[in-house]
Each structure stands twice: as C-alpha cells, then as structure tokens.
Design a protein around this ligand. Structure first.
Ligand code: ZN
Length: 405
C-alpha cells in the first residue's frame, strides 16, 4: 500500500477510470500482440462490447493498429491488434567518454539510421553537436520535408547522475561535468521534447519496457552496467528507484575498501575502481608485465581475445574482474533483493570466465539461500541497450499508467 503524499497529489477526474482502462488495454495489446478483440476480451474477462470504444479510441489516436482482414479457411479471419511502432520516430543519443552515438529509431527500437562523433569536452559543445546531428538525421530521413509530428522526441543517455525533474546532469565523473544542463538548451534548439537519463537507469528501463518476450512480467530487477564506470539501475514494482534527489543506485561509488585504488570520483576503493574497464586493464598490465602490454593500446576486448587464446595473464585478470563484480553484486542483492540481475558491458563477452568467481563472491556477500541463488544474466548487447534505453525514455511514457493520488 502506498501512502498519499498530501503535498504532492493528483486528483482523479471524471475521465480517470477511462484513462486507466485505456492504458490497461494498450498494455495488454502490447504484451500479447498480435491479438484479436475476442482473445483480448477473454484475457481481460470482460464482454467484447465493453472494449469496442476503447479499442476504437486507441486506433484513432495512432497508438494501436490493426491488420488487414484476410480470408481464413472457414469464414473471415479476425483483424489482429498491435501497438503501432512504425512511423513513430525517436532520436536516441548515447553519450560516452570519447564517443557519442546517435540513432534514429522507431518506437520498437528498430534503428533506421545512425551517426556518431567524438564527445566534446564541454556540455555546451555537446548540445551544439547533438542538435546538428539530430537535425541531419531527421533531414536525411524525411528528404527535407517538414519533420514535425514524425519525431516524438530525443532521448539522451549519459554516464552520470541525472535529476529527471530538471533534466540536469548532476555529476558525471568521467566527463568531468557537474550540474550540466543538456535538456533545456536542446529542447530550445530542436523544438522537440528531450529526456535525459543515466546510462544504467536507461538500460534498466529498456529491459522493463522491452517489446521482446523474455523480460516481460519481471518487475523487480537490477541492471548493473560495468563499462567505463560502474552504475546500477534498480527496478522495484515496475518503476525505477530514484530516491529523494534522483541519485539512488550509485552503488558503483560505494567504497568496498578504504585502502583500495583511487576512483574517478576522487575517493578510494569504490566498487567502480575495482570492476570498471580501466581497473581490468590496469590489472592485466600488472599481471602480464613486460613489453606486450602497452596500456594505451590494450582494451577489454583485446584482453578477452587473449584469454580466449589461452593466455594465463588475461584469464587471471578476467577471473579477478568477475570476483570484483560479484563483490558489489552481493551489496546490490542484499539491499534490494531483485528477482534477477542483468550485467551489461564489454567485459560480459567473457561471461564463461566471470560467472564462477562472480557467483562465489555473491554468495560470500549475501545471507540467505535465495539471495545466493539470485539469477545473474549477461546483457547480450549492452551498446545497443543504451540506445534502446534512450528510445524508451521517449516511448515508454505513452504506455505508463496515469498517476492519480
Ligand atoms: Zn568512486
């Protein structure tokens, strides 16, 4: 049960029950598409006539489309309903230290075209480059025809903490940005709604709102991003945990050892300082020593390749990274008791090396049998998940329940 916030509430109006039912129908269509009206009414346990108006409304608004009728063996095959995704476009932007990727995608996350540029040093320059890039993508797609109404918004994913209410990047250690305003100046430049979110939260949202089958119905989970930094998106009862100032989930900067290595945030022994890509690379350089390990050219991908060729230093390095990821997972599982944990990042390509030491450290760091056994899955495509997360920022609100109370 949720307690009413008497200082921040929304009154129900005469149209509220209808809005709620409309979103329920939309979400059921989304989950079971393609679905006939008859099947939908069976699933909802209501008479078909009760759905007629709502379905008509959803089709009229462009949220739902229906297939053309086709002849069946006996009689007419029913028209099937599905969420309309094509023609509803989003620009997704994934900002990383070094490189920023742009993608024009539809509501389902299908990518239409892409672009990329080197991430500039200041937020002001970034806004400028993103504005130019978005304009170019839309212009190319529409052939110069007015794109108004085609693009529903721009989603930006950043490696840092974001206050969703203001759209400000509160702190991005690896970009060196504090209180950077990306949303408002971009919105002004583009005349489109702009949404900004931290990368792990956006990845968690992409999982939560995924059109693909596997994660549907999982409403409690954690998404751990292990890449340039380490961040966590926590989903509790179908919503992302944000906290009072929107900085919840910063477990990457919880210190596991006050005498540990110095972190990008300036403090010592953060989970991130043990588990991020730079930590893996530093460990490998130390482990391998000698001339074969030029730190400037070695990457996590290269260490994985060397491990796959059987090089001991690379195998030992990745095994240790698995253990370090597992140490932090113990804290995540203890604190939030997720149904599942997803781990994303380049390093997950070495899952067969990571898994065992990670599980051992997770068991060491948790107290119950169920916590020990919490399923942990690698994200098959983390780079794409950040872009999908950016798409979700724009697309998901249209499927969310109206907030009342
Ligand atoms: Zn830190």
């Amino acid at each position: 049960m949720r307690k009413l916030n008497t200082r921040n509430y929304r009154l129900a109006t005469r149209s509220t029950p209808r809005e709620v039912n409309r979103q329920i129908v939309l979400n059921l269509i989304r989950e079971h598409q393609p679905i006939s009206r008859a099947e939908l009414s069976r699933r909802m346990n209501v008479r078909r006539a009760a759905l007629t108006d709502i379905v008509r409304e959803l089709i009229a608004s462009g949220a739902v489309s229906e297939s053309a009728p086709s002849a069946a063996v006996r009689g007419r095959r029913p028209r099937l309903l599905g969420v309309r995704t094509s023609g509803r476009l989003v620009v997704a932007v994934d900002i990383r230290p070094g490189r920023t990727s742009l993608a024009l995608a539809d509501f389902s996350g299908s990518i239409v075209s892409r672009a990329a540029f080197d991430t500039p040093a200041s937020p002001e320059e970034l806004v400028e480059e993103v504005a130019v890039g978005v304009g170019r993508l839309l212009h190319e797609h529409t052939g110069g025809v007015d794109s108004e109404g085609i693009c529903h918004g721009v989603g930006l994913v950043v490696p840092g903490m974001v206050d969703r209410r203001t759209g400000k990047v509160l702190y991005a250690p690896r970009l060196g940005w504090r209180n950077a305003d990306l949303r408002d100046p971009l919105q002004e430049r583009l005349g489109l709604p702009v949404h900004v979110e931290s990368a792990p939260i956006a990845c968690a949202l992409a999982r939560l709102w995924s059109f693909a089958g596997e994660t549907r119905g999982v409403n409690n989970f954690a998404y751990v991003s292990v890449s340039d930094g380490v961040g966590v998106g926590i989903v509790v009862r179908g919503d992302v945990l944000r906290g009072e100032d929107h900085t919840a989930g910063e477990i990457g900067h919880v210190s596991l050892d006050p005498n540990g290595p110095v972190c990008a945030c300036g403090r010592r022994g953060c989970w991130e300082a043990f588990a991020c890509s730079a930590a893996t690379i530093a460990r490998y350089v130390e482990e391998a020593g000698g001339s074969r390990t030029n730190r400037a050219v070695i990457s996590v991908e290269e260490i994985i390749r060397r491990a796959q060729r059987g090089e001991k230093a690379a195998i030992d390095t990745l095994t240790e990274t698995g253990r370090q990821i597992g140490r932090g997972l113990g804290a995540v599982v203890s604190a939030f008791n997720p149904k599942r944990v997803y781990v994303g990042g380049e390093v997950t390509a070495a899952w067969e090396l990571l898994e065992k030491p990670m599980r051992e450290a997770l068991i060491e760091g948790t107290l119950t049998d169920a916590a020990h056994a919490t399923p942990v899955y690698p994200d098959a495509n983390p780079a794409e998940y950040r872009l999908l997360g950016a798409v979700t920022l724009v697309a998901a609100p249209s499927f969310a329940l109206p907030r009342v109370g």
